[in-house]
Design a protein around this ligand. Structure first.
Ligand code: HEM
Length: 546
């Protein structure tokens, strides 16, 4: 009797669940009915299509490649929808530059919770790039002065210093002829510069190795497991993740406490106008708010505040170094196969600075604003960022929000779901309507008076609006300094590149790049769209007369 009652209840529960699921299934699939999209299956939505495209691409490819491939295959431009229910959040993909600006600038839509979910396993809760509202305002207000042009320009001697160490590394590799990982060596250089901005002291990744850098990279590697649906993988990586996470908390937390003690001892309220470091700016917020009218000696940093500062510093170290380094790696890769570009780059460095390396350094230290005259070098960086967009944003719209496009009023919100609004800079950057002959490496498009203005206006690598990349000035200047300091002295050769042959799922729109460089052009999903593999390189010292 009892058994049959239990069975009946279970049956009713199962029937109710099936009914509810069927209703949601029908409602969801119908929602996409009249929206711009690739062929839509009532059973699969776009899940099967995404799976089929992923199968033709190298493993763990960044989703931007799938979105761009779909746009090209089905001639979708401007905006289209992807129905991923019930496996993942469905998406609105934007490839029109004005639509991207509308959502980021005019509507200033908030960051989607997905960003925080992806960032949390790597750096912890509430990092600036994943939060909205008061939490975002507080972090942004604290950090922004460190990223102003004037402060970044003050960082030039630091960049030069770290590049001199990098030159020694290149000399060593040139002497030995050894193949080395540019991801690794470039990563240490960029990390050391960002650490100086963050702490105002070096973490010596280049000369001694940095446990913090290794731990941050390990956290990125382990994040996939933390986000995975596979409980065994989650379980297997739980302890290593915790151990590394805690080690980082102790290390970065220690640096914060040490600096706070120094500020207390010296009764220093850090300056906003002339910041010593991002850490100081973040401590200043606290000192100001909590110590108004008190002796700074009495100030204690609450646990939650220490955690917020630690998370943000880790976020800057890991996010700032990997994005800039990936761009550096791709720039050197592209230049290695473009003799005309390298010739122009070197000529510009000789002309704007000096053919002599030592004179170049003294001009750079006396007058860092000379970097602004490196028009072609900047074009090389922009063209690299166009071909390989590294960073992303994902936004969420409130109920009822719509976007007007070509006379249609398209919904930005799907009731009861977490629809994401995903600008896809890659789709835009490879659209011949905006960038003619898009798969060729052509820095001149950013210097030619006929095309330069439009090319710059249509780039979306750093985002736009209040949430645009805070570190873009730093990234651009750092890349200029590195190219200036290594472009003339060393010849880079990529090792082990294998162009993808016919029939290996080649993507028409990537044809030129894919033929020359192979799988490495398919950026990997990590913290952002990173370099695939290690970017093995060999260097040769260039004989110059001066
Ligand atoms: C080539 C290098 C870089 C690229 C391509 C890049 C790209 C981006 C993109 C696309 C965003 C999101 C913008 C949006 O939501 O609309 C972003 C945000 C951000 N970036 Fe970068 N970034 C780079 C380097 C850096 C560096 C060096 C730092 C600092 C050390 C940095 C710090 C940030 C921060 C703090 C945010 C979050 C801003 C906010 O939410 O208010 N980035 N970046």
């Amino acid at each position: 009797m009892l058994v049959s009652q239990v069975l009946r209840s279970l049956f009713v529960l199962a029937a109710a669940w099936i009914l509810r699921f069927s209703y949601r299934f029908y409602k969801n699939r119908r929602w996409f009915k009249d929206l711009p999209k690739p062929p839509h299956s009532f059973l699969w939505g776009h899940l099967k299509l995404m799976g089929e495209i992923a199968a033709t691409l190298p493993p763990n490819v960044h989703p931007q490649h799938m979105a761009t491939a779909i746009a090209k295959m089905y001639n979708l431009s401007g905006i289209f929808y992807l129905d991923m229910w019930p496996i993942a959040d469905s998406m609105i993909i934007l490839t029109d530059p004005d639509l991207m600006s509308k959502v980021a600038v005019n509507m200033a839509l908030p960051i989607h919770p997905l960003a925080e979910e992806v960032l949390r396993p790597i750096v912890g809760k509430n990092v600036i790039a994943g939060v909205n509202g008061a939490l975002w305002k507080k972090s942004h207000k604290a950090m922004a002065p460190a990223f102003s042009w004037s402060h970044v320009r003050n960082m030039s001697p630091v960049m030069v210093d770290e590049c001199l160490t990098f030159q020694k590394t290149l000399d060593r590799y040139a002497d030995s002829g050894e193949v080395f990982s540019m991801v690794n060596e470039g990563g240490k250089l960029i990390f050391d510069v960002i650490a100086r901005l963050v702490f105002n002291f070096s973490l010596h990744a280049q000369t001694e190795g940095s446990q913090d850098l290794e731990d941050l990279k390990a956290m990125v590697g382990l994040a996939e497991a933390a986000l995975s649906w596979d409980p065994i993988l989650k379980l297997k990586t739980f302890l290593p993740r915790r151990r590394i996470f805690n080690r980082l908390q102790i290390s970065i937390g220690g640096k914060i406490r040490e600096r706070l003690a120094l500020l207390r001892e010296g009764k220093i309220v850090p300056s906003r106008k002339d910041p010593h470091s991002i850490l100081d700016l973040m401590l200043r917020e606290h000192v100001e708010e909590h110590a108004a009218g008190k002796d700074t000696n009495e100030v204690k940093l609450p646990k939650a505040y220490t955690e917020m500062v630690t998370t943000n510093l880790k976020g800057l170290l890991v996010g700032g170094h990997s994005t800039t380094n990936d761009t550096l790696c791709y720039a050197l890769m592209l230049l290695s196969k473009s003799p005309s570009a390298i010739t122009k780059l070197r000529a510009e460095h000789d002309l704007v600075f000096s053919p002599s390396p030592s004179e170049t350094l003294s001009i750079l230290s006396d007058n860092p604003s000379k970097l602004d005259e490196l028009e072609y070098t900047t074009a090389v960086i922009r063209e690299t960022l166009r071909l390989f967009p590294i960073g992303f944003t994902v936004r969420q719209a409130p109920a009822g929000a719509k976007l007007e496009y070509k006379g249609a009023h398209l919904p930005l919100h799907q009731p009861g779901t977490r629809l994401t609004i995903s600008p896809n800079p890659q789709g835009l950057h490879y659209d011949p309507a905006y960038f003619p002959d898009p798969s060729s490496f052509n820095p001149d498009r950013f210097t030619d008076p006929q095309t330069a203005q439009a090319a710059r206006a249509n780039m979306r690598t750093f985002g736009r609006g209040a949430r645009a990349c805070l570190g873009q000035n730093l990234a651009l200047d750092e890349l200029r300094v590195v190219l200036l300091m290594v472009g003339r002295g060393w010849e880079f050769e990529c090792v082990g590149l294998q162009g993808r042959g016919e029939g290996k799922g080649r993507m028409e729109w990537l044809s030129e790049l894919e033929m020359v460089f192979g799988d490495v052009v398919f950026q990997e999903l990590g913290l952002s769209a990173g370099v695939r593999g290690e970017m093995g390189m060999r260097v040769r010292k260039v004989d110059r007369e001066t």
